[in-house]
Design a binder for this molecule. Structure first.
Ligand SMILES: Nc1ncnc2c1ncn2[C@@H]1O[C@H](COP(=O)(O)OP(=O)(O)OP(=O)(O)O)[C@@H](O)[C@H]1O
Ligand SMILES: [Mg+2]
Length: 287
């Protein structure tokens, strides 16, 4: 498969800024295709970073698989190839949850806090997913009043977000990366008895996490693109290499090369065979 090839036969459900969704092989499943497109400032800034989609696919598959092991339900079913993963189709809850451990980005601008300030406890923020409005920040009153999610769904999302934060903080700290903040999306799946499952959806990758090198505080995430720092591929590759999901010997600075692609293909196949469909076991919280 060429680096830039896009599958054409399947029915496309949605094309977003970073991914394309295709109809999956079974009802209730979707194929998520990771593009190389990078955008910032709600699409105001755009570029194509060759190989980014391959790394994000791999990093997100890895992190979601790890989160499943601690009982966080996710949409991830299995990796299909370097750019695609099979996922459960969910009804996306139109709220983005941002978990912050260290002050950065919009929080600094909004509140005049210095970037890098460590906060005594993590903060969860809600943003209404609406491109036309620029994804405005909202609170739980807005979410319930406008019917975007019910109170028990908010509670579930917040609980899951904190569990993800605790786990991912440890995981990244283990490879000398500081998890500064990250964004999560959740979705609803209904079981046969009408029971509700809230599952983690979308992606977790350096596109929606801020990751700093523990010692140097060097930025290793999409801020390299937002702030024109350059070296975005090197940074994403370094994150993947530290996580142990791409072979370090295949890395060549500044590019995404053939060696790396063939070794990735081998890893992907192993991963696909190791994973099977799993029934979700959460039921609608009683309140
Ligand atoms: N499991 C899932 N089932 C259905 N939709 C999903 C699932 N996971 C993610 N999505 C949605 O698929 C789209 C992924 O595409 P992408 O991230 O490129 O969108 P985007 O340009 O960021 O736009 P959006 O503002 O809709 O997020 C998003 O709209 C996301 O909410
Ligand atoms: Mg998105």
């Amino acid at each position: 498969m060429s680096l830039l090839s896009v599958p054409t036969r399947r029915r496309q459900i949605y094309e977003g800024k970073a991914k394309i969704l295709y109809e999956g092989p079974e009802p209730g499943t979707v194929i998520q295709y990771f593009k190389d497109d990078a955008t910032a400032g709600n699409g105001a800034k755009k570029d194509v970073i060759a190989g980014k989609g391959i790394l994000n696919n791999r990093i997100s598959a890895h992190l979601m698989t790890r989160l499943e092991t601690i009982g966080v339900p996710t949409h991830f079913i299995k990796s299909l190839n370097m750019r695609e993963q099979l996922i459960r189709q969910v009804e996306i809850i139109p709220i983005e949850l941002v978990v912050r451990n260290i002050a950065a980005g919009s929080l600094c601008k909004r509140l005049g806090v210095a970037e890098g300030s460590r906060m005594p406890r993590p903060i969860v923020e809600f943003y209404y997913k609406n491109d036309a409005l620029g994804d405005p920040m909202v609170n739980d009153d807005h979410i319930v009043t406008f019917g975007w999610a019910d109170p028990y769904e908010i509670e579930e999302m917040v609980n899951l977000a904190f569990r993800c934060n605790d786990y991912l903080n440890g995981l990244f700290a283990g490879v000398n990366l500081l998890l500064v903040d990250f964004k999560l999306e959740f979705g609803r799946i209904w079981g046969e008895q009408g029971e509700l499952y809230i599952v983690l959806a979308d992606e977790i990758s350096p596109d929606n996490c801020r990751l700093w090198d523990m010692k140097t505080k060097e930025k290793m995430d999409k801020d390299r693109f937002r702030q024109d720092l350059g070296g975005i591929m090197d940074a994403y590759q370094e994150v993947a290499a530290r996580l142990g999901i791409i072979p370090r010997e295949a890395l060549v600075s500044g590019t995404f090369n053939e060696n790396l692609m063939s070794s990735l293909e081998e890893i992907e196949n192993e991963l696909s065979e190791a994973r099977t469909m799993r029934a979700l076991n959460k039921t609608k919280p009683k309140k």
